[in-house]
Each structure stands twice: as structure tokens, then as C-alpha cells.
Write a protein that binds this ligand. Structure first.
Ligand SMILES: [Zn+2]
Ligand SMILES: [Zn+2]
Length: 348
């Protein structure tokens, strides 16, 4: 397809907003790629970092670049080697684009590829009318998942990946932190058969959200002693697994003490500084497994999340915010900066 399109651009390296342009060339696809007509793209914290040009962006962003990576759309064109995708397919995309050749890619771990490329960071992304991507990085959507829901698969997938790592079936799981990723983890644990999910957060307003997403118990950690509550609920044994979404040192230390001996601790949230732990007493002596989570497993997490989304616990409307046309991007980004509760979405 030839012609021009509307889209946002981070034009030069350095702090500064995106530019709205209507004269961007429609991407030309390679033999293994597809052209996608973008329907919805959610705004991520990463996009704000790119505008502010934080140290993470300074190291990774290849400007000029079209940002945007939490996306969904319809395939309109396929390269000549693409046999399993066709025009009209509704898709979402995995924005971590693995190399396919490194040790990790060749051993079933492409999500932690050592040469990873990132849609909307190192490659032109999805805040535009059209985008191109390798066909193997697209995830087919069935009709039960809307385009708005589909752009939650990527950002909240880390929560579902955390739930997978906790192996929740038949287990009692503690989820610390009830933002969108925590809510995804809660609903995933329940969908995957957790006996009980205990959710905790410092904010009382998270109680109704956590319970609506399937949590059996909510503990307000600003008012109650989480460890005492978990011990009370588990006959003083402790939870089988804990998933930390907060990245807070205090929550991680508490979470470890809530896990029973030989249980599992899953770290999803990223601490912004070093966290001091009592390794001897809280981990080693009690044979606790500590597992880190990075992104989503390709494609296991996607398949699982699609199932969670269609199940009885996940409520997309509780985590979706307002939608704006692409041209009103300034309003949308301003809303994100106010700390809007749900994911704000741009629709070209
Ligand atoms: Zn993101
Ligand atoms: Zn690789």
C-alpha cells in the first residue's frame, strides 16, 4: 500500500512531546511482515518516559521513531513468505521482537532474548494509522475479544505471567498491589484454579476492584498487619505463593514472610532501588523459591490471558480508561499524567 498516514513521531532525541503528523509514509512491508491498520493503542508509562527522555529512553530509543506498542488492529497486507496470516485477521502484537538466533531464543525463552528489539522504541510503532511487524509477532484475536480489550493483553500480561509462575491451581496465593497488573494477576490466579486469592493494597479504593476481579479476601495493608492476616487465613501455615506487583521493599519483605516454607515468591514489580532482605531466615532456611518475571512468555502468556479475558473473573471495563482520536493525543497524555485509573487508549 502506498501513500501517507497520520501518526505521532518522537522526532529528535531529548526531552519533548511527540509531534502529530499527517504526512508519514505508510510503512513498506518486507517478505515476512504484515501491514496492520491500527484500531486501538493504549498509552504506556514507557511512552511518558520517551517524552521525558529518562535514562532508560536515552539508552534505547532510536529517534525519529513512531512510538506506541500496546496495540490491536486488522491485517491489510501480507508479505510473500507469510502463509498463516491473511488480510482481515484481527490481531494484537508482542512488542518484544526476539532475534530468533541467540541462546535464549533457541531454548524456548524468546521473551528474554539478548538482542531484543522493541516496537515503538527501536522500531516504528502503533501510534499511527498503519504499522508493520513480523507476522510471527502477531497474536490472532477471536471475535470475543474487542480491540479495546486486546490492547490490555500486552501491558497486563506481566500479571498473568506472574500468575503462571505461581502455579496457582489448588493453591492459596497472595497478590500484593492491586493496580491493573495486580488485578490481571488476581483474575488469572482464579481462572487457573487457585483455591483462594488474598489481595492486598495500601489503598482502600482497591478493595472493590480486587474483589470484583475474583479476590476472595482483601487486606488493606495500610491499616492491617498483612502477615498476621495471611497467617490467620491459612491456619498459621502461610500462603503457597505470593506475587509482588508493587516492587516496594517493605511489601517484598512482608510477602516473603507470608509464604509458607517451600513456597514460591514471584517478583513482578520492579524496585527502583536495592532491597534489603533477610536471605537466611526468609528464603534459604525456609527453602523459598524466588522467581523473577520479565514481560510475557511468547505465546503461552498470550493464550492464557485470552482465556482469562473470556472467563468469569476478568472485567475489562474496570481497567480501561477513556479513548481519544489520535489527533487529540495531547488530551490523552495529559490524562495519563494525572494518574488516570484505567488504560487510556488512542484510536487512529
Ligand atoms: Zn507498555
Ligand atoms: Zn534472541
Amino acid at each position: 500500500m502506498k501513500g501517507t498516514m497520520a501518526g505521532l513521531v518522537k522526532r529528535v532525541p531529548g526531552p519533548g512531546s511527540f509531534e502529530y503528523r499527517t504526512d508519514l509514509p505508510i510503512p513498506v512491508i518486507g517478505d515476512d511482515e504484515v501491514l496492520i491498520k491500527v484500531k486501538c493503542t493504549a498509552i504506556c508509562g514507557t511512552d511518558i518516559h520517551i517524552i521525558d527522555w529518562d535514562p532508560w529512553s536515552q539508552k534505547r530509543v532510536r529517534a525519529p521513531v513512531v512510538p506506541g506498542h500496546e496495540t490491536s488492529g486488522v491485517i491489510v497486507e501480507t508479505g510473500k513468505n507469510v502463509t498463516d496470516r491473511r488480510p482481515g485477521d484481527r490481531v494484537s502484537c508482542e512488542p518484544h521482537i526476539p532475534c530468533g538466533n541467540c541462546w535464549f531464543c533457541r531454548n524456548g525463552l524468546p521473551h528474554i532474548c539478548s538482542n531484543i528489539r522493541l516496537l515503538g522504541v527501536t522500531e516504528d510503532g502503533a501510534f499511527a494509522e498503519y504499522m508493520k511487524i513480523r507476522a510471527s509477532s502477531t497474536f490472532l484475536l477471536d471475535d470475543e475479544i474487542s480491540f479495546e480489550q486486546a490492547c490490555l493483553l500486552e501491558p497486563m500480561g506481566a500479571g498473568v505471567h506472574g500468575a503462571e509462575a505461581a502455579e496457582p491451581k489448588g493453591r492459596i496465593v497472595l497478590v500484593s498491589g492491586c493496580g491493573p497488573i495486580g488485578l490481571a494477576a488476581i483474575s488469572a490466579c482464579k481462572t487457573m484454579g487457585a483455591t483462594a486469592v488474598i489481595a492486598c493494597d495500601l489503598l482502600e479504593e482497591k478493595r472493590s476492584l480486587a474483589l470484583a476481579m475474583g479476590a476472595d479476601v482483601f487486606v488493606n495493608s495500610a491499616e492491617s498487619d498483612v502477615i498476621a492476616e495471611v497467617m490467620h487465613l491459612t491456619n498459621s501455615i502461610g500462603a503457597d505463593a505470593a506475587i509482588d506487583i508493587t516492587g516496594s521493599g517493605a511489601a517484598i519483605r512482608n510477602g516473603l514472610k507470608c509464604v509458607r516454607a517451600a513456597g514460591r515468591f514471584v517478583g513482578v514489580g520492579l524496585p527502583t532501588k536495592n532491597v534489603e532482605l533477610d536471605l537466611a531466615n526468609d528464603l534459604i532456611y525456609r527453602e523459598i523459591e524466588f522467581t523473577g518475571i520479565s514481560g510475557r512468555r511468547i505465546w503461552k502468556t498470550w493464550e492464557d490471558f485470552a482465556m482469562v479475558m473470556k472467563g468469569p473473573y476478568f472485567k475489562a471495563d474496570l481497567v480501561t480508561g477513556n479513548s481519544y482520536p489520535l489527533s487529540e493525543y495531547e488530551k490523552a497524555f495529559a490524562e495519563v499524567r494525572t494518574g488516570a485509573a484505567g488504560k487510556v487508549i488512542l484510536c487512529p
